[in-house]
Design a protein around this ligand. Structure first.
Ligand code: DAH
Length: 340
């Protein structure tokens, strides 16, 4: 019997299992009531008494070892067993988290709205699909104005009153219809024009419009506000100049140039050797436009301005091709990582 026990011990030491169910099979085989060990204990009863002490001890050791061995086999299939536990190694480096970058147009839009926020302007938005009144008529565009030409504007074919807005000036009208002065607001947004796509033009682009209407708003306020803006955005050395211009909704109208931020005014290809680059259109809100929005032009005056975000961004970051903004090439976009 001693020999039998030793053989069995060897057998149990060498047990392996390739699945949890196999361990259960082994348990039934060795440790259940009808198992191999129970049979041995039965046999134990029949041996001579003088052998019982030694054999009994061996038998008990065998039982203990069999129990341990089966527990070990079971544990290797348990969740959090040897192999699984390595997944919980908290000192392991994580997979790399890649941070995206804000789009350069968003960065510059935020800078522009941030500068005007410091002058007391709040932000508002208007719809991209507009009607003729907000985009043209209320802004004093005459019925036959060339900007309304089918070549310039995207109209909805079934209804020529509905169009994609060509500028953010439409939001001026929406806000003036809704509010009485004082109004001091900035309107960023997307605009659409039927343009051939090139390094300098696109059929979709972005503008920021500004509007300030109150009692006694003067051209001097306009000039000083835009001077402050230009220096904040392009640096304290920046100078501005105002050139007379024409827009149907402002009187007088002007265009603002800044001293070229690339050559500092010396002359280069960006400023075409003039030392100046144009950044925006502006003017005093035409009294007729105020009246169109039920604001009394005898009591109130105002100024407005509008700028293209692509153009400003190209100047600020020396980007030579406007199409880069729309191509989503990460080699371009990731250069702006970290900017806000
Ligand atoms: N809406 C004009 C454009 O898209 C820009 C502009 C000019 C806006 C003068 C203004 C302004 O508010 O006063 O070309």
């Amino acid at each position: 019997m001693q020999e039998k026990i030793e053989q069995l011990l060897q057998e149990i030491e060498n047990l392996t299992a390739s699945a949890r169910e196999e361990v259960e099979q082994l348990r039934l085989r060795y440790l259940s009531k009808k198992g191999v060990l129970s049979a041995l204990f039965e046999e134990f009863r029949t041996i001579p008494n003088e052998e019982k002490r030694v054999v009994g001890q061996l038998l008990n050791e065998l039982k203990t070892r069999a129990g341990q061995k089966l527990e070990e086999l079971k544990a290797s299939f348990e969740e959090g067993g040897e192999e699984d536990r390595s997944c919980l190694d908290l000192t392991r480096p994580t997979s790399q988290v890649r941070l995206g970058a804000r789009h350069p147009l968003s960065i510059v839009r935020n800078q522009i709205t941030g500068i005007f926020a410091r002058l007391g302007y709040s932000v508002a938005e208007g719809p991209e699909i507009e009607n003729d009144w907000y985009n043209f008529s209320a802004l004093n565009f005459p019925a036959e104005h060339p900007a309304k030409d089918m070549q310039d504007t995207y109209f909805i074919q079934q209804n020529p009153d509905i169009l994609l807005r060509t500028h953010t000036s439409s939001v001026q009208i929406r806000e003036m219809e809704r509010l009485q002065p004082p109004i001091r607001k900035i309107f960023p947004g997307r605009v659409f024009r039927n343009e051939a796509i090139s390094a300098r033009a696109h059929c979709i682009f972005h503008q920021v419009e500004g509007l300030y209407v109150d009692k006694d708003v003067s051209f001097a306020d306009l000039k000083q506000s835009l001077y402050f803006f230009a220096r904040e955005l392009f640096g304290a050395q920046t100078r501005i100049r105002l050139r007379p211009s024409f827009f149907p909704f402002t009187e007088p109208s002007g265009e603002v140039d800044i001293s070229c931020n690339i050559c500092g005014g010396e002359g280069c290809t960006i400023c075409k050797y003039t030392g100046w680059v144009e950044i925006l259109g502006c003017g005093m809100v035409d009294p007729q436009v105020l009246a169109n929005c039920h604001i009394d032009p005898e009591t109130y005056t105002g100024f407005a301005f509008g700028m293209g975000i692509e153009r400003i961004t190209m100047l600020k970051y020396q980007i030579r091709d406007l199409r880069l903004f729309f191509e989503n090439d990460v080699r371009f976009l990731k250069q702006f990582t970290g900017a806000i």
